[in-house]
Design a binder for this molecule. Sequence first.
Ligand code: HEC
Ligand code: HEC
Length: 248
Amino acid sequence: MRTVPTLSALASALGLAAAIGCGGGQTTAPPSEHAAPEVRKQNRVTNMHMHFDDITAIQVALVSGNVVAARELAKKFREGFQGEKPQGWGPYIERSVASAEMLEVTDDLHMAARIAGTMAGTCGDCHRDQEINVVEHAAIAPPRNDDRFSDFMIQHRWAADRMWEGLIGPSDEAWRAGALALAGTEITREDIAERLLLTPEIERLLVQIRKDAAAASSVHGADMRQELYGSFLAGCASCHRDMMNQRD
Ligand code: HEC
Ligand code: HEC
């Protein structure tokens, strides 16, 4: 039987240490052998690459249930837009900045997750209007699942990242691949009983996440996708936060 991970082990497994420690460096997991859409990263005239790193650091912090880190990262994200004013971009930048300002002052995990969904949706709205998709597609295949709980989590993470890219791209293909992978992931009591106090609340969360994912796979509107993502992200966040609290 594996032991229950410590708080810091969990935080580092979730990539949180990288997200809050390295000031704009790499925040996402290194590419794995599982082919996933790649976000284009050539240098252009704008700071898109930096925005991507900044906003994804927020997503990573929220997955692990850390609102305090997300708040700090929101400030960095907001400041990243300073001085960036190509013609016609004002409304999008204002929306991004306004979302960040809301995130900077919230203590509520669910609210924070919803704001993050809106923020990613704003990136996607502008890209859509510019008729671009910043997520390049390779074959999209979810990681294999060997029926161990940590494999489920790797799958959850994979799905959450694809849906995130689906919002930002915007990419229908990435969104649907993530949602379908997650909707098909069933975690039962037996999978986690050993290492986790499976409270009714936590059990409810697992069911909720799958429901959100199933709904997400057939939803097309950008607004609905943002909402669902927020709800879904809050599910990951709540469970991870509760587990950390159980261990304090
Ligand atoms: C106001 C419009 C607008 C907004 C808002 C916007 N983008 Fe972009 N984005 C663009 C345009 C135009 C390009 C293509 C030209 C370029 O790279 O500057 C682009 C390209 C990109 C690229 C590819 C960069 C490359 O080097 O090819 C990424 C990644 C990206 N955006 C991420 C984001 C993220 C993340 C956000 C939200 C935090 C965001 N963008 C918000 C307009 C926008
Ligand atoms: C039922 C509670 C619960 C929910 C809901 C949950 N997780 Fe987890 N997560 C855990 C536990 C417990 C661990 C520690 C894993 C272990 O010990 O293998 C974990 C660990 C992780 C890890 C680190 C995995 C590793 O072994 O490196 C990632 C990544 C992760 N979760 C992502 C997610 C994402 C993304 C979601 C939402 C889609 C999510 N989790 C939802 C309980 C949960």
